[in-house]
Ligand binder design. Structure first.
Ligand code: ATP
Ligand code: ATP
Ligand code: MG
Ligand code: MG
Ligand code: MG
Ligand code: MG
Length: 266
């Protein structure tokens, strides 16, 4: 209906291009996963099937969208990083967030039966929200991921003690909750110790989260006379840390569980 009398409605749309020259972080988060996880019998505090499905969905998304530099995930959330130079969807916020969150959700639902063969998906089906935030400096980006990782640590320590009190300590959920009210990390660790659990021996993927990143491979071009390393332009996936790796080329996305910084206390 181009050039029709209805065309004017298009002018009601507002531009939503994200600020140029800034890092873009898009974070998605499961809607009502507290209930969703209970309805689908996730093991508590941490269901390995659920985290593997999240990681697999994020990995497939990185394969679909080469502009995504890396992803960090914990619980029912994932954060995706785009470079300050990205021009994907003209940096339009709604296009970026809606494409990322719907593609991720499609993979999550599609691969559900592989990870939960004995647990059919029940309605309401899983859905995720998403938001975009721009960060002007590398320090801000680092701090963003540290913030998510500290959140992971705090929540996971809490959930680990809570379920240890319920399962090993025989407390009711309300009792466990009030026992933990106002406790600091040190005290939580002591409670766990008393129940025969050393928190530091818990798997890193629960304590620290998961990172999906690209493996950078050297590309070698063989010339008639000499073998020369070429500087294949990889505009979409070069990060500051890779600037010296002129021949680096992105290949498949890989997941590393529990990688990242050391825990920061709470
Ligand atoms: P909202 O819609 O506001 O995000 P929510 O119920 O999803 O609400 P979150 O703060 O996002 O609340 O918490 C996600 C919840 O999902 C966790 O508290 C936990 O109960 C559950 N969950 C997510 N991943 C796992 C997992 N791998 N194993 C067990 N439970 C999980
Ligand atoms: P963009 O990502 O920019 O939206 P697009 O390829 O999706 O690109 P659209 O303008 O949204 O472009 O057009 C959707 C296209 O999908 C149609 O042009 C048509 O080719 C195809 N399509 C959608 N629905 C049907 C259908 N029911 N039967 C056949 N083809 C369809
Ligand atoms: Mg939330
Ligand atoms: Mg949630
Ligand atoms: Mg969450
Ligand atoms: Mg279309």
């Amino acid at each position: 209906m181009a050039n029709s009398k209805y065309e004017y409605v298009k002018s009601f749309e507002r531009p939503d291009n994200l600020l140029p020259n800034t890092w873009i972080v898009i974070r998605l988060d499961g809607r009502g996963f507290h209930k969703f996880s209970a309805r689908h019998n996730f093991s508590k505090p941490n269901d390995p099937r659920a985290i593997s499905l999240m990681n697999h969905s994020a990995t497939l998304l990185l394969r679909d969208l080469p502009e995504l530099l890396l992803a960090y995930g914990v619980s029912d959330e994932f954060s995706f990083l785009l470079s300050p130079q990205t021009t994907l969807f003209e940096r339009r916020e709604a296009k970026l967030t809606s494409t990322i969150v719907s593609t991720f959700t499609a993979y999550y639902v599609h691969h559900w039966p592989t990870y939960f063969p004995t647990e059919p998906l029940k309605e309401p089906l899983p859905s995720f929200d998403a938001r975009a935030v721009c960060y002007p400096s590398v320090t801000n980006v680092r701090d963003y991921f540290s913030w998510r990782q500290v959140d992971c640590h705090i929540n996971n320590l809490y959930n680990t003690v809570f379920w240890a009190l319920v399962v090993k300590g025989g407390l009711g959920r309300t009792e466990a909750e009030s026992r933990l009210k106002g406790t600091l990390a040190k005290e939580k660790n002591e409670i766990l110790w008393g129940l025969g659990v050393n928190y530091n021996c818990e798997e890193e993927k629960w304590r620290k989260g998961s990172v999906v990143f690209r493996e950078l491979k050297k590309s070698v071009e063989v010339d008639a006379t000499t073998a020369t390393e070429t500087t294949t332009p990889t505009t979409t996936t070069t990060t500051p840390a890779d600037k010296n790796t002129a021949t680096a080329q992105p290949s498949d996305a890989v997941v590393q569980e529990g990688d990242g910084e050391d825990d920061e206390g709470d």
